[in-house]
Design a binder for this molecule. Structure first.
Ligand code: DP6
Length: 378
C-alpha cells in the first residue's frame, strides 16, 4: 500500500528582487521582494510524493535523474513537513503513521532545462505542496511558504498565484518571513510575460553564492536593502492594486537595474547581464520612447535571460516588434499559436536588433497565472 499525492507548481519572476540573506541556513532575506506568478500552461513543475512501509530510504528524482536528497535545504523541508505530520498523528491515533515512512519524490519540469530558467522556485514549491497534500496537513499556503523558503528563498512566492510579496520579517527563527498574495491573477489577468532566452549555459555564479558576496562587499547594497526596496515595495503594491502599468514598469526596470548595479559593486564584480541582455534593454527602452509611455518592462534575474512584462492590449507593439526582429524564433509554448502581428521596429535600433537576433535562442510567451494545484496524474 503506497500513499501518493501529486501537484503542479508555477515559476515566479520577481519585479522587486530578493538579493541577500541575513541568515543563510533559514534563507532569511535582507529585504522584502515581490513577484508575478507565471502560467503553469507554459512553465511548471509536476511533483509526485509517495510513501510506503515498503520503501527503504528517501529518494528524489528530477527529470528522470536521481538527485542527492541529503542537502541541508531539502532536509530542512522534509524535517518540517514530517514534524507537522507527527502533530496530526498525535491528535488522531487512527490516521496512518506516514511520518515514519520513507518518501519517494518524483519531479518533472515541462520546460527544457537547457532554457536556463530558474527552476528551484517551482521545484521546492511543488515538493512542499505535494508532501503537505500527501500528509493531509491543515497548513495554509503562508505556512507552507515558510517551509519552501528554506528550500530556496524565491520558492516561497510560488505557493501563491498572481501578484505575490515575500515579507522579509524580523524574527530570528523566520516565523514571520513568509509570502502573501498581493492580488490574485484574476485581479489583473491581462499581464503578459515574454522570456527572451539568451543563454543555455549554466550561470557563472549561483544566486546563493552571488548574493552573499554582494552582502559582504557592496556598500551600495546596504542602501538598496535599507532605503530603496522598502519604498519600492509600498509603491509596487499600490500600482498593482490600481492596475497602473506605467508605474509598475518604471519600478520593475529600476529595481532590476539597481539589483544588477549591486552585483557590479561586488568585489570581484559579478556579471549576470551580457551583450544580448543589454540589447534587450535598448529595444524595450526604444519601444517605450516611441509609445510615449512605458508599455513594456524588462527584468533580469541571476542570468542573461530577459523577462519582458506588458499588457495584452500592447502585444502588437511589444511582442510584435520582437517578432519582427527574431523572425522564426518564436516560442514552443501554448501561446505560440496566438496571432502576434509583426510590427515595425523603432528607428535607430538596428545594432541592438542584430545583437538580439544573434544572442536569443528562443522566445517563451506566457502570462500571469494561478498558484499550485493538485494533479490526478501520478
Ligand atoms: C535574482 O531563491 O535562487 O532570482 O534562496 O539561495 O535559493 P536561494 O536563492 P534564489 O534567489 C533568487 C534571486 C533572484 C531574485 C528573486 O527571485 O527575487
Amino acid at each position: 500500500n503506497v500513499h501518493r499525492s501529486s501537484t503542479f507548481a508555477p515559476v515566479n519572476i520577481a519585479v522587486i528582487k530578493y538579493w541577500g540573506k541575513r541568515d543563510t541556513a533559514l534563507n532569511l532575506p535582507t529585504n522584502s521582494s515581490l513577484s508575478v506568478t507565471l502560467s503553469q500552461d507554459d512553465l511548471r513543475t509536476h511533483t509526485t510524493a509517495s510513501c510506503s512501509p515498503k520503501f527503504t530510504k528517501d529518494e528524489l528524482v528530477l527529470n528522470d535523474e536521481d538527485q542527492d536528497i541529503s542537502g541541508a535545504r531539502t532536509q530542512a523541508c522534509l524535517r518540517e513537513l514530517r514534524g507537522l505530520r507527527k502533530e496530526v498523528e498525535a491528535k488522531d491515533g487512527s490516521v496512518p503513521k506516514l511520518s515514519g515512512m520513507a518518501l519517494k519524490i518524483v519531479s518533472e519540469n515541462n520546460f527544457p532545462t537547457a532554457a536556463g530558467l530558474a527552476s528551484s522556485a517551482a521545484g521546492f514549491a511543488a515538493l512542499v505542496r505535494a508532501i503537505a497534500d500527501l500528509y493531509t496537513l491543515p497548513s495554509s499556503p503562508a505556512e507552507l511558504s515558510r517551509i519552501a523558503r528554506q528550500g530556496s528563498g524565491s520558492a516561497c512566492r510560488s505557493l501563491f498565484g498572481g501578484y505575490v510579496a515575500w515579507k522579509m520579517g524580523t524574527e530570528k527563527d523566520g516565523s514571520d518571513s513568509a509570502a502573501y498574495e498581493v492580488a490574485p491573477a484574476s485581479h489583473w489577468p491581462d499581464m503578459r510575460a515574454l522570456i527572451l532566452v539568451a543563454s543555455a549555459e549554466k550561470k557563472d555564479v549561483s544566486s546563493t553564492v552571488g548574493m552573499q558576496a554582494t552582502v559582504k562587499t557592496s556598500e551600495l547594497f546596504n542602501h538598496r536593502a535599507e532605503h530603496i526596496v522598502p519604498a519600492r515595495m509600498t509603491a509596487m503594491e499600490e500600482c498593482i492594486k490600481d492596475r497602473d502599468f506605467a508605474t509598475f514598469a518604471d519600478l520593475t526596470m529600476k529595481d532590476s537595474n539597481n539589483f544588477h548595479a549591486t552585483c557590479l559593486d561586488t568585489s570581484p564584480p559579478v556579471f549576470y547581464m551580457n551583450d544580448t541582455s543589454r540589447a534587450a534593454v535598448r529595444v524595450c527602452e526604444a519601444i517605450n520612447t516611441r509609445a510615449g509611455k512605458a508599455i513594456c518592462a524588462y527584468t533580469f534575474d541571476a542570468g542573461p535571460n530577459a523577462v519582458v512584462y506588458y499588457i495584452a492590449e500592447n502585444e502588437g507593439q511589444v511582442a510584435g516588434i520582437l517578432k519582427s526582429i527574431l523572425g522564426g524564433k518564436m516560442g514552443w509554448n501554448s501561446l505560440q499559436g496566438r496571432a502576434v502581428q509583426a510590427a515595425e521596429m523603432p528607428k535607430g535600433m538596428e545594432i541592438a536588433a542584430e545583437m538580439l537576433e544573434r544572442g536569443v535562442s528562443r522566445i517563451i510567451l506566457t502570462a500571469v497565472g494561478d498558484g499550485p494545484r493538485r494533479s490526478e496524474e501520478h
